[in-house]
Design a protein around this ligand. Sequence first.
Ligand code: NAD
Length: 369
Amino acid sequence: MMNTPSLLVLAGDGIGPEVMDQVKRIITWYGDKRDLTFDVSDDLVGGAAYDVHGTPLHDDTMAKAQEVDAVLLGAVGGPKYDVLDFNEKPERGLLRLRKEMDLFANLRPAQCFDALAEFSSLKKEIVSGLDIMIVRELTSGSYFGEPRGIFVEDGQRVGINTQRYTEAEIDRVARSAFELARKRNNRVCSMEKANVMESGVLWREVVTEVHKADYADVELSHMYADNGAMQLVRDPKQFDVIVTDNLFGDILSDCAAMLTGSLGMLPSASLGAPMENGRPKAMYEPVHGSAPDIMGKAMANPSACVLSFAMALRYSFDQGEEATRLEKAVEAVLAKGIRTADLMQADGGKPVSTSEMGDAILAELEASL
Ligand code: NAD
């Protein structure tokens, strides 16, 4: 028997605490009804941490995040904090968590619930039933490579960033993608620009080597990232798992996400190396931000945060069936036309509040027993 799994909840700023409240109700439900109890602790991140500690992430909170089985994060940021120095900004708290926990694989599912297919900018038949997973390398590449900066050369300014990947960095994220594919439809498409970038040549070589050595049962294909962007809007259902670097992943995952309609629906997971207990270091968070425009109005859609918890059930706690139960509960709520304001059509009737959306998800969970 494993010990009671531990969760650190960092609700953060803006609508973060509002959507996280609904997740907490669901966590309680799992304890009461599925005998799945979590040891939950709360702490501050982002602007909320800055207000109390003068830093967006206190060292004690960082230490706790390293100890727990998984971190659940709401959102950080807000106009109040825009004036702060770079190192004090709420987003630095988030980046510190990702960096110090070494969360190198960012999983962004792009899943289109049938009930929301009309929200996509693409034709319904192209996105209906879409279920792809983008694995983005998160701790290296152009956003971290040295040298970087703005320098003066021959009397003019030059901006420099460096795309740099080691074999080990490519190897580990490729393995994450292959492992995921085995739990899904067993296909990986790796995207880079091997036609014009040496880092892309190495990326392709290492992914191919890892595949040959340990994952020959998984179907592997390669695609140039620019073609990948075109294919994502032409025929997204051709993909199962896409693995790509930090920069291309940033762009391609946003592109894929928008195929599915609303920011309020999109979960994510960031995973690192396995800990002693075999679970990966992990942080789960909705893709959206703190939405200051709707904060305090009970309008936020909690689904992205709820679906992030479903990812935690699947990837940190080996509770795939319970994760599916929760995803299906969200889907059933939407299919009944119960929607928060972000998912209403112009003539769509009356939206429900954040907590009413939580009520409806809990009712579906209850009905699933
Ligand atoms: P945002 O994601 O907060 O909001 C964009 C738009 O989507 C807004 O109109 C908002 O009302 C809507 N929206 C977002 N989530 C929603 C939800 N769950 N339900 C209903 N509507 C939702 O992005 P932004 O406005 O560009 O940024 C606001 C703040 O959030 C900024 O300070 C930014 O730095 C920060 N931010 C944080 C994260 C994060 O914590 N991971 C991510 C993005 C932005």
